[in-house]
Structures are given as structure tokens and as C-alpha cells.
Design a protein around this ligand. Structure first.
Ligand SMILES: Nc1ncnc2c1ncn2[C@@H]1O[C@H](COP(=O)(O)OP(=O)(O)OP(=O)(O)O)[C@@H](O)[C@H]1O
Ligand SMILES: [Mg+2]
Length: 261
């Protein structure tokens, strides 16, 4: 694939005991694109995200992000390098407010230390104020500004997914991984999600890689797609080619919803 590759996984394999969850995965995601990673349940998609973000160390292979090898780095270092993610099963601090959940993401970029916080130094107070303002802007960007003081667990499902995205954006990523952002959404919400993903890509200058079962979303916004089945990459290409690929159709036979977009 030509162009400037921001993320490359080179023959990455992840084994759990006797199970090869992902085998020889070689992704090359071009900067500024919206790319997709699809495949039936258990194909190894989330495992890929876990390797890219440092939650799992690949058994073999390497991962290069923006010219820097990140293979095996712990999650906070990968995040600091510019990779942020959301989770398939939403992981919010339910008892905290919506704003506090975003601020948790922002702490990664905080310059003052905990001792400044304890002593309420002017530097800390200045940074804290700027941080709140910035997080409120992020909430506005995902359409949650009015709910900043609500408890996170009180939000509707779709709003919780957008809050997770705001928290990811607070870490100032250049690369965003979304694990099934449309899961549990009704058709109108997933339609809105497509516009929303395009908007944040533009406004935050992002490259986005998303895992999604909703084929309307995948085919609607992804410029390039990789297809996994039993951990093996069975196809790669533009949406139209993927939709017609016999290997892909076969892999999806029997899957609820199949490849119908
Ligand atoms: N920590 C782990 N220990 C052992 N096996 C694991 C672990 N994580 C994932 N697996 C296995 O690896 C395989 C791939 O799982 P993964 O969650 O990556 O699939 P997926 O493509 O994200 O599926 P889904 O669409 O259902 O979310 C599965 O067989 C799963 O049981
Ligand atoms: Mg998954």
C-alpha cells in the first residue's frame, strides 16, 4: 500500500497457550484514513487492539507507530506516544461525573505533579482550570456539554460510547482505535455515529481504526478494510472489493446479519 503509513504491525502473532488468537497480522494503516478491522465473533479483532495498545505483548512480530517501535510497551506509554482507544465493553467510572471521566484521560498530559496538587500551587491551579476548560470543549465536540455534571452511569448507552471517545480524545491522540462503537445503537444512532466519526477525524486530525459488526457503518465510512477469520487475515482492500470477496462472504455465512449493509 502506498502513502504514509502511521501504524504498521509486522507479522504479529498472539498465542494463548495452544490457541493462536492472531496469526501473522500485517496491517499498514495510512495516516489520516478511517480503516476497519472486521471478522466473525472470536476472529481476533479485540486481541489486535490489545496488542497495539500494549494490553498484550505479541508472542512474535513487531508494531511500529509513527516511526517508533511500540511492541510490548505498557499501555500508558503507548497512549503517550499518541494511540488512544475505546473498549468493546464500555469502561467508564460510573460513579464519577461525565466531566471527571474526561479529565481522567487528560491527566496523561498533565505537567504539574501530585505535590503541586496537594499544595495548590499557582501552576497547578492554572493547569487545572485550563484542563477543565479543555475537557468541556471535548464534551461539546461529542455533544455531551449539557451533561457534564451528570453521573456517567446515568447516561444512555450511545452517550456513554461518545463519552469514552471524549476521554480517549483527552489524551491528545493522533491515532484512535474504536472497538465496536456502534454496538447496541439503533439505526439512527449508528447513522449519526458515521458523521460523528468523520467529524472527529477532521477536527482532531486523526487516523482511525475501528472494529465493527455493523456492515452499514463499516462500508459507509472505512476507506480500507482488513478481514480476520480465526486469527488469519483472509482479505484486505477497499469496501466494495471486500463486500464481493468470496472468502469474506463464506466467513460470514451463518453470522447474524452477515455482510448485508
Ligand atoms: N486473555 C485471553 N486468554 C485466552 N484466550 C483469549 C484471551 N483473549 C482473547 N482470547 C481468545 O482469542 C480469540 C479471539 O478473541 P477476540 O476477543 O480477539 O475476538 P474478537 O474478534 O474481538 O471477537 P468479538 O467479535 O466476539 O468481540 C478467542 O478465541 C478468545 O477466546
Ligand atoms: Mg472483540
Amino acid at each position: 500500500m502506498s502513502g504514509d503509513v502511521i501504524l504498521a504491525t509486522n507479522d504479529v502473532t498472539m498465542r494463548f497457550g495452544g490457541l493462536a488468537a492472531v496469526t501473522d497480522l500485517s496491517l499498514a494503516v495510512r495516516r489520516g484514513t478511517i480503516a476497519g478491522l472486521i471478522g466473525p465473533n472470536g476472529a481476533g479483532k479485540t486481541t489486535c487492539f490489545n496488542m497495539i495498545t500494549g494490553f498484550y505483548k505479541p508472542t512474535t512480530g513487531s508494531i511500529v507507530f509513527d516511526g517508533q517501535e511500540v511492541t510490548g510497551l505498557p499501555p500508558h506509554k503507548v497512549c503517550k506516544a499518541g494511540i488512544a482507544r475505546t473498549f468493546q465493553n464500555i469502561r467508564l467510572f460510573g460513579n464519577e461525573t461525565v466531566l471527571e471521566n474526561v479529565m481522567i484521560g487528560r491527566h496523561l498530559r498533565q505537567k504539574t505533579s501530585w505535590i503541586d496538587a496537594v499544595l495548590f500551587t499557582p501552576g497547578y491551579l492554572r493547569e487545572d482550570k485550563a484542563m477543565r476548560a479543555h475537557c468541556l470543549e471535548l464534551l461539546a465536540a461529542v455533544g455531551l456539554a449539557d451533561l457534564a455534571d451528570e453521573q456517567a452511569s446515568s447516561l444512555a448507552y450511545g452517550a456513554q460510547r461518545r463519552l469514552e471517545i471524549a476521554r480517549a480524545l483527552a489524551t491528545e491522540p493522533s491515532f484512535l482505535l474504536l472497538d465496536e462503537p456502534a454496538a447496541g445503537m439503533n439505526p439512527q444512532e449508528s447513522e449519526d455515529l458515521m458523521g460523528f466519526v468523520r467529524t472527529i477525524r477532521q477536527d482532531f486530525d486523526l487516523t482511525i481504526l475501528l472494529i465493527e459488526h455493523d456492515m452499514k457503518v463499516v462500508m459507509g465510512i472505512c476507506e480500507h478494510i482488513w478481514v480476520l477469520d480465526y486469527g488469519v487475515t483472509i482479505a484486505e482492500g477497499a469496501p466494495e472489493a471486500i463486500r464481493r470477496d468470496p472468502k469474506v462472504i463464506l466467513a460470514y455465512l451463518g453470522e447474524e446479519g452477515g455482510l448485508h449493509a
